[in-house]
Write a protein that binds this ligand. Structure first.
Ligand SMILES: Cc1ncc(COP(=O)(O)O)c(C=O)c1O
Length: 406
């Protein structure tokens, strides 16, 4: 692949430091990351964002419905079920692709206990409005900052609007694990204790993850013949089925962490500021190139004083996402849909037996307009105007081909 979706910031030096490092280094790096992002310095290191979300919901001792956007990867939704709660899907904004605060307000009912804010692609639009809504109705706000760590809305950083903030290091710096933070030390300690009862991440899993990250960093594209990925799936614990449902919830990434993971996270997290500012510059290059070549493509917008960290660069295209993934690939550019895996699109939730029982399609017209027409373009910290131009041209040609095929 000439332009892969991910260009890893991890290398051999990182591998050596991860293998030789100790658990202790992470707090020091986190302190400086917390200063940069506005997050609290008190945090729980978790095996993934999924683990952080499950811990957040369990430690908050909630029972009822969580209002959440359907326009996301299922990994952001599975923890709601895994914690014994029910998702209540509210519609998204056509501009920002995030949960629409007005639709969220309409969805509040007697069983609502929380709102999950997801900052798709790193876009913080709606964060302040959701925080206000949660405050007004006495609901908990759980922030999924997987893409959005360091983004702002109305000048305030994401992760400070709610009761809990959940992060995923692979998505922001190519590190291992994730984090749960919040201002309430007692509650955070409960989460820490809950996590200590989990099994530790298997060594095989960590080894395969290191191998996969290193291969990606060395330019070996694994998306077609993804051997480490298949092995990883094999190594995963059997998913849990909460509430006795027949559908499976994959919380295989919920585990107690090992010191190699925290050393890996420490080694990568120190790069956050450089990577985030590089991605913002790269996003500007892409926007200029797209404005020249593909005026019919809608770029995800930051609305109402919000900023984006551009962890992913989402666009809405007239063609179908699954066709575009194949056509862009023919032009040497790897694009993804809502989750990064084997090149497939995220199942629309009305086709997903896990989530369709919780969906009322009549309430979600914008979601149904957007879901099949979103793609995330490659974006990395070192991307210059030439690469951005190639991506825009590939997009233009792919759109023309998709229109011709109709
Ligand atoms: C919005 C969102 N939340 C949560 C996750 C899960 O992150 P993790 O793999 O760290 O559990 C993802 C995965 O891509 C995601 O896109």
């Amino acid at each position: 692949m000439e332009i892969p979706f991910l260009q890893s910031a991890f290398g051999w030096a990182g591998l050596c430091r991860s293998l030789l490092g100790s658990r202790g280094g992470l707090q020091r790096v986190w302190d400086s990351f917390a200063r940069d992002t506005g997050l609290s310095t008190d945090f729980v290191f978790t095996s993934s964002c999924r683990a952080a979300l499950v811990l957040a919901y369990r430690a908050l001792c909630l029972d009822g419905e969580v209002i959440v956007s359907p326009l996301t990867c299922s990994a952001a939704l599975q923890p709601i079920l895994a914690a014994g709660l029910r998702p209540k899907f509210a519609d998204v904004c056509l501009d920002s692709f995030n949960l629409d605060p007005e639709a969220a307000q309409r969805s509040i009912g007697p069983r609502t206990v929380a709102i999950e804010a997801i900052y798709l692609g790193g876009n913080a639009s709606g964060a302040a409005a959701l925080a206000e809504l949660a405050r007004k109705h006495g609901l908990k706000l759980v922030e999924d900052c997987t893409h959005g760590a360091g983004a702002r809305d109305g000048g305030c950083p994401t992760g400070t609007f709610g009761d809990a903030a959940c992060l995923s290091f692979p998505k922001i710096v190519d590190g291992a694990g994730g984090a749960l933070c919040g201002r309430n030390a007692t509650w955070l300690n409960d989460a820490r204790n809950l996590q200590s009862s989990w099994n530790t991440t298997s060594r095989l899993r960590i080894g395969l993850r290191l191998l996969r990250t290193l291969l990606t960093a060395s330019g070996i594209n694994l998306s077609e013949e993804n051997v480490p990925e298949s092995l990883l799936r094999f190594a995963r614990r059997r998913p849990e089925s909460p509430n006795g449902s027949t559908t499976q919830v994959n919380i295989g990434k919920c585990a107690r962490t090992r010191s190699v993971e925290s050393a890996w996270a420490a080694c990568q997290l120190g790069k956050w500021r450089r990577l985030a500012s590089g991605r913002q510059t790269a996003a500007l290059h892409l926007k200029r190139a797209l404005a020249r070549h593909t005026p019919n493509v809608r770029i995800q917008l930051s609305v109402g004083g919000a900023e984006s960290t551009y962890t992913r660069f989402y666009v809405r295209v007239p063609a179908r996402s699954d066709d575009m993934i194949g056509l862009m690939r023919k032009h040497g550019v790897e694009v993804i849909h809502l989750s990064h895996g084997d090149g497939a699109c995220q199942l629309r939730l009305d086709h997903d037996p896990c989530f369709s029982p919780y969906l009322d399609p009549k309430e979600l017209p914008n979601y149904f307009q957007l879901h099949d027409h979103l793609i995330a373009l490659p974006l990395h910290a070192a991307m210059g105007p030439t690469e951005a131009e190639k991506i825009a041209l590939a997009l233009k040609l792919s759109l023309a081909a998709a229109a011709g095929e109709k």
